[in-house]
Structure formats: structure tokens, C-alpha cells
Design a protein around this ligand. Structure first.
Ligand SMILES: [Zn+2]
Length: 418
């Protein structure tokens, strides 16, 4: 009887001891354990004023904590010493409505499948520049957006079928704001604005309809086309703060370049920027010229966003990819901090997705982890000119939604020796 009581007391103590252990350490074992911990990287998060060595913890796809030292255990630890860690990059201008149709961007082979190109250059979000129109958006969503790991947002083309070739993009009857309204409202998170492009007529109806629609849904207008029939000055005069114009540093006969005869950014362009109009890079295959970009950057006229204009042709031209574009602008005089801010926070604000482009705890864990190599590198423009630069971004790892989606040197893989 006596010994039974002792035994039950001992058993009770064991249970209490176990409970105590669980209480003391259970938080770490069960509650506090992170999925991913990136340690010792140089974090640049312009939105939150961070530019120093810090740790970043990720849980369930969300930024859990950013601090100088995080000691709690994690499922996977990435040693990022010597690397930079920033929010995942946002490419403001892409054509990703890939499909079977020859010669077309919309549902065609001239677009590219985003996952094939994004993660290897740190891009976690692309904005499709009106490749789909209000009529073809549901197909774009089903065929590409829902099938991709890259986050895909979109400007919707005022032309119903989007970029289906010059002939189809001239039909004013198909550029009706009311038709587009319901599709924008149905997909208000994904559709970030309205796009006008590739119209050859001389009247302003498509432009005015696109503006009317953009104002109606309180989203920006994105102007891609060269629209030689309208002067650049008249186009900019129509735009309001927050609207975007792309191919900023283009120098082709179809559109007046932003640099005037005196070598300076034209006053009406400066005035537009001052009014809040946003200038996207829109590099593409023909949209980037050093004779425009070099003086403009020197005069303080940097792009608001680094839209690469990614498509089947631009990726193999001077553009290459987002990291090359960012390195090129460093060669032109911008700092690493500048190019990161343009590729992250500035872009996020422009599309009114302020949960992106920064590392605030609670936001989605999209990260770019890269090194900046030093040496002599060549960067080219659309006119066949080259400059050299001494720094180049090289993507080591990309994290999308808390998951490693690109890992060049196996930083997140288990090490083995043979
Ligand atoms: Zn484009």
C-alpha cells in the first residue's frame, strides 16, 4: 500500500516534470520553430530603412521576424554571410500570356512562361503589360496565372483581346470601358491597372477611354505604345499622378526622346515627373539607349521601376534579365540601395500592393539573396553600344512565399561528401 503510494507519487512527479519541460522548451519545439532562418546577410529593405547585417525568420510563407540576431531553432538555416538579402524583385513590364499561337504575344509564342525566367534573377512578382485584354483575361488567368509559381499581376488592355496583332488592336468598338469594368472588379487584386498600346489611329478615343476606365477603377494607366501619331508632350499632358509611361530611354524615330537637343531632359518631361507621372524603364529589345539613359541618370532622372519588357525577343538582346538591368544602372551611377529600392518598394507602391516589396513582419516572404561580384563587366543597349561596369548582381537564392525556388549553389541543400 505504502509502496504503491510512493510509486504513484513518483509517476505524478514524472508527469509534472515532463509538463514543466514542455512549458519551458515547448514554445521552441512546437510554437516558435521557424521554417526558414536566413542568418548574417546584409539586409536592404528601403521601405523600412534597413541597410545592415540582420537575420530574417520565415514561418508558413510569412516574414516572422527581422532582427540583428535570431537564435530560435529553424527547420532550415541559410548562412548568408557575404550576401545581400532584399525583398523579391518586382518586374513592372513583362509579356507572359504564353500560348500556342504563332507570331502573337496574347496566347502566343512571343510571350514567355514566367517561371522559366523570373526566379533565377530574383524576380518574385511580374506585372504583365496588357498582353491580355478584358475579353481574354480569363484565359490568361486559367492558362498562365493559375499555373505559375511566380506571382503574376496584370495591366489589362483596353483592347478586348489584348496584343493580338496590329489589325485587331485598331478596333475602337472593342475598346469600351464598360466591358472591362466587371472583369477588373472581379479580379481587383490581380488587375493593377489599364493599358493602352499599339493603336495607329489619329483620334484620342482609345486613349481617353483607357483613362476613363482607369479613373473609374482608381488604378493607374500604363502607356506602352510608341503612338507616333500623338506627341510625347500631349500624351504626358493627358496623364495624372500615378499613371505610368514606359520605354523611358527609347531613341527611335516613332517617339520623341526625353533628352533634348541641349543634352538635357526636356522640361515638359521633368514637369510630368514632378506631377507624379511614373516613368518605367521598359527595356525590351529596342527601348533602352545609353544616349538617353546616361545623361538622364546623371541629371537625376532615374526610372521609377525596372520593367524589363520581358518577352521572347528582349531576353536574348541587351536586356537579358532583371539583375543585368540593375547592374547596368549601377554602372550608370546609381547605388545598390537605389536599384534595390526601384526594383522593390517603388514598384510595389506604384501598383498599390504595399504588402509586397518590403520585409515587414506579417508580409509574404518573397526574398532575393545575391552577391555583388567585382570585376570588369560589359553592359549593352538597344543601339549596339556597350559600357563597362565594376559590379554585377548574381542571384544565389530566391524565396517565394517562404519556399526556396532558386538555389544556385545549394545553400539550402544538405551537404554531402563523396
Ligand atoms: Zn512591352
Amino acid at each position: 500500500m505504502y509502496s504503491t503510494n510512493i510509486d504513484s507519487m513518483i509517476n505524478a512527479c514524472k508527469i509534472h516534470f515532463c509538463l514543466l519541460i514542455l512549458l519551458v522548451f515547448g514554445g521552441n519545439v512546437f510554437g516558435q520553430k521557424y521554417d526558414l532562418l536566413i542568418k548574417g546577410g546584409h539586409v536592404i529593405d528601403p521601405a523600412n530603412g534597413i541597410d545592415k547585417i540582420m537575420d530574417i525568420a520565415v514561418n508558413k510563407g510569412i516574414i516572422a521576424k527581422v532582427a540583428v540576431k535570431i537564435n530560435e531553432p529553424a527547420e532550415k538555416i541559410i548562412e548568408a554571410k557575404g550576401l545581400y538579402v532584399t525583398p523579391g524583385f518586382i518586374d513592372m513590364h513583362t509579356h507572359v500570356f504564353v500560348g500556342p499561337n504563332a507570331g502573337l504575344f496574347a496566347d502566343g509564342v512571343n510571350s514567355v512562361s514566367p517561371d522559366d525566367f523570373t526566379f533565377r534573377s530574383g524576380v518574385t512578382t511580374v506585372v504583365d503589360a496588357g498582353t491580355s485584354g478584358w475579353r481574354s483575361f480569363p484565359l490568361f488567368k486559367k492558362q498562365v496565372i493559375d499555373q505559375s509559381k511566380t506571382r503574376i499581376l496584370a495591366f489589362i488592355n483596353i483592347s478586348g483581346d489584348g496584343m493580338t496583332g496590329a489589325e485587331h488592336e485598331q478596333n475602337i468598338a472593342d475598346m469600351v470601358p464598360d466591358s472591362a469594368l466587371s472583369i477588373i472588379n472581379q479580379h481587383a487584386e490581380t488587375i493593377v491597372g489599364v493599358k493602352i498600346g499599339h493603336y495607329n489611329g489619329t483620334d484620342w478615343t482609345p486613349y481617353d477611354n483607357a483613362i476613363k476606365l482607369a479613373r473609374q477603377v482608381e488604378k493607374p494607366l500604363f502607356v506602352e505604345c510608341h503612338l507616333p501619331q500623338y506627341s510625347l508632350q500631349d500624351q504626358l499632358a493627358k496623364l495624372s499622378a500615378g499613371d505610368m509611361i514606359t520605354h523611358t530611354y527609347e531613341n527611335i524615330k516613332e517617339r520623341m526622346p526625353i533628352i533634348g537637343e541641349d543634352g538635357k531632359v526636356r522640361p515638359f518631361v521633368l514637369e510630368a515627373k514632378k506631377r507624379g507621372i511614373l516613368f518605367d524603364l521598359g527595356h525590351g529589345g529596342a527601348g533602352f539607349w545609353f544616349d538617353q539613359a546616361a545623361p538622364a541618370v546623371k541629371q537625376g532622372f532615374a526610372p521609377n521601376s525596372f520593367g524589363t519588357d520581358l518577352h521572347r525577343f528582349s531576353m536574348n538582346s541587351a536586356m537579358k534579365d532583371m539583375t543585368n538591368v540593375m547592374s547596368k544602372f549601377m554602372a550608370l551611377g546609381l547605388s545598390l540601395n537605389d536599384v534595390v529600392q526601384i526594383a522593390t518598394w517603388n514598384a510595389a507602391m506604384a501598383i498599390k500592393h504595399e504588402e509586397l516589396g518590403n520585409l515587414k513582419a506579417g508580409n509574404v516572404a518573397d526574398l532575393a539573396i545575391f552577391k555583388v561580384s567585382e570585376g570588369t563587366f560589359g553592359f549593352t543597349d538597344s543601339g549596339g553600344k556597350t559600357i563597362s561596369g565594376s559590379k554585377k548582381l548574381e542571384m544565389e537564392m530566391t524565396v517565394r512565399d517562404g519556399k526556396i525556388v532558386w538555389d544556385l549553389n545549394g545553400l539550402g541543400a544538405k551537404k554531402v561528401d563523396f
